[in-house]
Design a protein around this ligand. Structure first.
Ligand SMILES: [Zn+2]
Length: 172
């Protein structure tokens, strides 16, 4: 499995590229196989010495580990990971066939305020606010749970969000 080879290569660059592939990976079998190796993957990543220039990349690696942990521990659809990260562009997710965009709400008739979309796997619905400072980022919020079809109330962003956002702005 080439991704596993890269994730256990103990090489910062290869690990980072593979981590970005994991971010977009939807193949359940491949995800499950990687999740089984999670402890080994973590061990290898612990051996990498990341210099300061790699701090920004490390967040991508952390997200890949977080996703594999989710696959290993939870039966929840992987779309719930949209709530834990701010780099999922709904237009790109729709292009890849992961979600359907139900509605695009514009501000002043031209700027995107938010999207409403639905996961093609489980039917959960999300409202996604588009934001831009020095880079674009997206805040996903759960609107409707797939199973119960009832409105849910979750905080718009995880608590750690502010820290990671300012860290990222500082680095990129
Ligand atoms: Zn889903």
């Amino acid at each position: 499995m080439p991704l596993l080879n890269d994730l256990t290569s103990k090489n910062a660059q290869r690990t980072w590229i593979a981590s970005n592939a994991v971010r977009h990976l939807r193949d359940k079998g491949e995800l499950a196989a990687l999740a089984q190796e999670l402890d080994h993957i973590r061990e290898c990543i612990d051996h990498i010495e990341f210099n300061d220039g790699f701090r920004g990349y490390f967040m991508d690696i952390e997200f890949a580990l977080h996703k594999l942990e989710h696959v290993r521990r939870s039966h929840e659809c992987i779309c719930s990971l949209y709530l834990t990260d701010d780099l999922f562009n709904p237009v790109e997710e729709a292009r890849q066939g992961n979600i359907d965009i139900l509605k695009t709400v514009l501000l002043d008739g031209k700027w995107v305020d938010h999207y409403e979309c639905r996961c093609v796997l489980c039917g959960a619905q999300y409202s996604v606010e588009e934001n831009e400072y020095d880079h674009r980022w997206w805040a996903w919020r759960l609107l409707r749970n797939a199973d119960t079809n009832s409105c849910v109330h979750t905080p718009c962003l995880p608590e750690s969000y502010g820290d990671s956002a300012s860290l990222r702005v500082g680095i990129r």
